[in-house]
Design a protein around this ligand. Sequence first.
Ligand SMILES: Nc1ncnc2c1ncn2[C@@H]1O[C@H](COP(=O)(O)OP(=O)(O)OP(=O)(O)O)[C@@H](O)[C@H]1O
Ligand SMILES: [Mg+2]
Length: 217
Amino acid sequence: MPTQDHPRGVFVTFEGGEGSGKSTQIKLLAERLARDGRDVVVTREPGGSPGAEILRHVILSGVGKLLGAEAETLLFAAARDDHVRAVIAPALARGQWVLCDRFFDSTRAYQGRVGGVDRALMESLQRVTIGDLKPDVTFILDVPVEVGMRRATARRGAAAPDRFEAETIAFHQALRDAYQAIAAAEPARCVLIDADRDADTVAAAIWSALPARLTSP
Ligand SMILES: Nc1ncnc2c1ncn2[C@@H]1O[C@H](COP(=O)(O)OP(=O)(O)OP(=O)(O)O)[C@@H](O)[C@H]1O
Ligand SMILES: [Mg+2]
């Protein structure tokens, strides 16, 4: 039920490079919130809705890279538009917590700061796809590039790397720098979390960084 403090639900996004622990931490936070009786929706980008999951497949196959950075950005925007309208906005309107694995900061970091896509194009797409629907809190999970890549490689096993996992060390370093810059530029929304610690320690840091008005019963 929406309450006076947050008439809509609570929108939390998780960001960070490959293997930084986003999926692991979302699961832990969702479990903790559910134990407290909160109504939680876990979702992810690219994807999260039936239409956007089809685009996820296209994007991660690497086709977007062949089309060029601008066209790839349009694919992400199309996926986000569907995801926001079909899943995120309705859940928030119902008063639910929405935990999203990657959101618009990923676009800003990957396609914007690292990919060099024109800022005006990015801002117009952001206006169309999300409008005012900004996250209440964004956790940016920060790990040294080698640590993230080692974790992602171990998890992948024998499977082939996807379009972004296959990028160079320099790309992943630039990405880490981009996320740190986003966190520094928007301290009211973003919390930079040292994620080079065991998963339970990271989860405790995330929990204590959530504003008390959101987590108190
Ligand atoms: N704090 C941690 N310490 C050690 N290993 C971890 C930690 N957190 C997650 N892992 C492991 O590292 C791997 C990557 O974690 P996870 O899938 O949560 O990262 P991710 O940020 O979602 O990655 P991707 O961007 O590739 O989806 C998994 O095998 C996970 O079990
Ligand atoms: Mg993940």
